[in-house]
Design a protein around this ligand. Structure first.
Ligand code: SAH
Length: 352
């Protein structure tokens, strides 16, 4: 591949841009930077630049992601992008439009090494880390699509393919870029982790107060060992200590993700254990309940809607706030845990 030698359009630093523009008046750097991040423009659209410069930038700054397909569902409110990266691996990004916000869900790795059995990305295994530029570019390209629909991206969740805290530096660099240049506030940036304890600790020490979501799914070690293999390395006691440290450092409530799996983690006793963990933090965690989405390699079904609601009500009655996540994009395999980037996905329907 030849393009690896050039910095891609959104991996470029301002200094690198300045050197590319060293034959130009200095204000050009600002113009191009604004064009890329504020206007989400491609160089040929930057009509405030001389035409030959537009053409030069278009070739000098290639995009890192090549569009493979774009799939739309939920009457146009969920759009899944499939991209091919340099080297040939594929990743997915999801844009979700809600009445009050627009959220982009980004991938941080091609594949994932965490091997959670119920997750399509985990079933596929790890291919490679994404660079900061590749993460930022997913947001910019999705935001460009949103802009064409008259919408502005307000939130970014690191909940696509991969484990963000297994690719820490690029993830951090991309968060800073989204905050500083795409002007997304830290409270609208959320990093989701399977529970990498040292990564949570380091995230707590970083300056931006981004939100932390922890994919818990089980509130005792024997069940969590079975569902989320990394729990054997970072058991719940250590994980909860790291969560409290994050809370102490940021003063922001955490959320716990809980994929509801029929007769596995949806019993009243599970709600009691989960509530105890949430309440062991100085500011009780918020619970997001996600009815398990079907994936090819996991035969167990998601909990029925009635069980999900009963579980939420039970948590609420013990004083824990819980929300049932609206499922977006299930029929285009764009929902939580279904991102597999073009692996053959056979969806069997969930019972309700
Ligand atoms: N690796 C990170 C980021 C992925 S976020 C993490 O684990 O947090 C994707 C979220 O969807 C996680 O909470 C994950 O546990 C959840 N998930 C995975 N498979 C799922 C499935 N089949 N149905 C519903 N949620 C699932």
């Amino acid at each position: 591949m030849t393009s690896t030698r050039l910095p891609s359009r959104y991996s470029l630093s301002r200094d690198e841009l300045s050197s590319i523009l060293d034959d130009q008046p200095r204000f050009r750097v600002d113009q191009v930077w604004k064009g890329l991040y504020d206007e989400l423009a491609i160089p040929t659209e930057m009509t405030n630049l001389p035409k030959d410069l537009r053409t030069r930038l278009d070739t000098a700054l290639p995009l890192a992601l090549a569009a493979v397909t774009e799939t739309v569902s939920d009457r146009g409110d969920t759009i899944k992008f499939l991209w091919e990266l340099d080297g040939g691996s594929r990743i997915e990004t999801v844009l979700m439009l809600y009445p009050d916000r627009a959220t982009v869900c980004v991938s941080t790795q091609a594949g994932c090494a965490m091997a959670c059995g119920f997750c399509a990305t985990g079933q596929a295994g790890f291919t490679r880390h994404l660079t900061a530029g590749e993460i930022v570019e997913q947001v910019v390209l999705a935001a460009r699509r949103a802009k064409a629909l008259g919408r502005r991206v307000s939130n970014v969740v690191y909940m696509g393919m991969g484990e963000p805290l297994a690719n820490e530096e690029p993830v951090w660099e991309s968060l800073v870029r989204l905050h500083d240049d795409c002007k997304i506030s830290a409270r609208h940036l959320t990093v989701s982790t399977v529970g990498i304890v040292p990564g949570i600790r380091r995230l707590a020490e970083r300056p931006l107060p981004v939100n932390l979501a922890v994919s818990l799914h089980a509130a005792n070690d024997s069940l969590r060992d079975a569902l989320v293999p990394i729990n054997k390395r970072y058991p719940l006691g250590d994980l909860m200590k790291a969560c409290q440290e994050h809370l102490d450092a940021k003063g922001r409530r955490l959320s716990f993700e809980w994929a509801m799996i029929d007769q596995v983690n949806d019993r009243p006793s599970d709600a009691v254990e989960l509530a105890a963990l949430c309440r062991s933090l100085s500011l009780p965690a918020h619970v997001n309940l996600i009815p398990l989405n079907p994936t090819p390699g996991y035969p167990v079904r998601g909990s029925s809607r009635a069980k999900v609601n009963a579980f939420r009500d039970q948590l609420e009655s013990i004083g824990v706030n819980a929300t049932v996540r609206q499922n977006r994009g299930t029929e285009i395999a764009a929902a939580c845990g279904q991102l597999a980037a073009g692996q053959p996905v056979k969806i069997t329907s969930r019972h309700d």
